[in-house]
Write a protein that binds this ligand. Structure first.
Ligand SMILES: Nc1ncnc2c1ncn2[C@@H]1O[C@H](COP(=O)(O)OP(=O)(O)OP(=O)(O)O)[C@@H](O)[C@H]1O
Ligand SMILES: [Mg+2]
Length: 275
């Protein structure tokens, strides 16, 4: 069994006005066999969390830890993280003109396994993975994501996940922009992956409709750079009915209280200096 553990993770991005803190102390533990859904308002830091775990250079970890079975993930390079068993399906998959899907998948598989996949079985594996998500085999010869529709890009992410078969898959809005049939197809892919039993899934989503197909063991509400609430699948249903308002409000009140404690301290210090 494997464990991905995130402790008090704080992350900043560089902006023109200096470093801006986005993640403000994230605690989250995903064990193999579990599906965790993360839901939360736009801009709350969900993608920042995904990218920080994967090792995107834009994000600076200011404190906290991410470990995979006790191994420090944050000290690893991006490719070492992939070899350690982490996979990220991006919210906005990037286009790579000039690199065919077939070449890309084979290169990624070779890098992760440390040896080239067997020629005889590999072509069949790729074809099958593509047909499982209803991608025409001709996509293998096209440049990675170039000119793919939104839904085709997302299905291609699932093909990668299934072929690379990581220990933990972080899926950032893989359900966004999918038509009804594609949503079912993508969900089936995620379920196939997680039903292996020793795989963990972190599913970032805005929509409870994907949770009709994929039953999460845990749901986390992400607000303003941290986990504001967690529960079981029923929490997603409550969110659908009630929205994020109560969590956003509670976060504001908590921040205001912290600010006033801070102001009080500063006044005390200023008073002590004067006397
Ligand atoms: N370079 C930057 N300069 C300023 N702010 C930034 C920068 N990069 C990211 N941010 C901010 O970080 C916050 C978190 O962004 P992130 O993409 O993680 O949110 P999210 O929860 O994934 O949102 P969504 O649901 O819309 O995908 C946003 O407010 C975003 O504007
Ligand atoms: Mg996002």
């Amino acid at each position: 069994m494997a464990t991905l553990e995130i402790r008090d993770l704080r992350v900043a991005v560089n902006t023109e006005g200096g470093a801006k803190e986005i993640l403000k102390g994230v605690d989250l533990t995903v064990k193999s066999g579990e599906v965790h859904a993360i839901m939360g308002p736009n801009g709350s830091g969900k993608s920042t969390l995904a990218y920080s775990i994967a090792g995107h250079p834009k994000y600076t970890i200011t404190s906290g830890t991410v470990t995979l079975d006790g191994q420090d993930v944050l000290s690893l390079t991006v490719d070492q993280r992939a070899r350690a068993g982490l996979f990220l399906a991006m919210q906005y998959p990037v286009e790579v003109p000039g690199v065919s899907v077939a070449n890309f998948l084979r290169t990624a598989k070779t890098a992760i396994d440390g040896e080239a996949p067997k020629l005889r079985t590999w072509a069949k594996d790729v074809n099958e993975a593509m047909s499982r998500v209803s991608m025409d085999p001709t996509f293998a010869q096209r440049s990675v994501n170039e000119g793919f529709s939104g839904g085709e890009k997302k299905r291609h992410e699932i093909v990668q996940m299934e072929l690379l078969n990581p220990k933990f898959a972080i899926l950032d809005e893989t359900d966004s922009g999918l038509d009804i049939d594609a949503l079912r197809i993508v969900s089936q892919g995620v379920n196939r992956f997680s039903s292996q039993g020793d795989r963990g899934v972190l599913l970032i989503t805005h929509y409870t409709r994907i949770l009709n197909y994929i039953k999460p063991d845990f749901v986390h509400v992400f607000v303003n750079g941290r986990v504001a609430a967690q529960g079981g699948a029923e929490l997603a249903e409550n969110l659908e009915a009630e929205g994020y308002d109560k969590y956003v409000q509670a976060d504001r009140e908590q921040n205001a209280a912290q600010q006033s404690v801070q102001n009080g301290r500063e006044k005390l210090v200023a008073g002590a200096v004067r006397t």
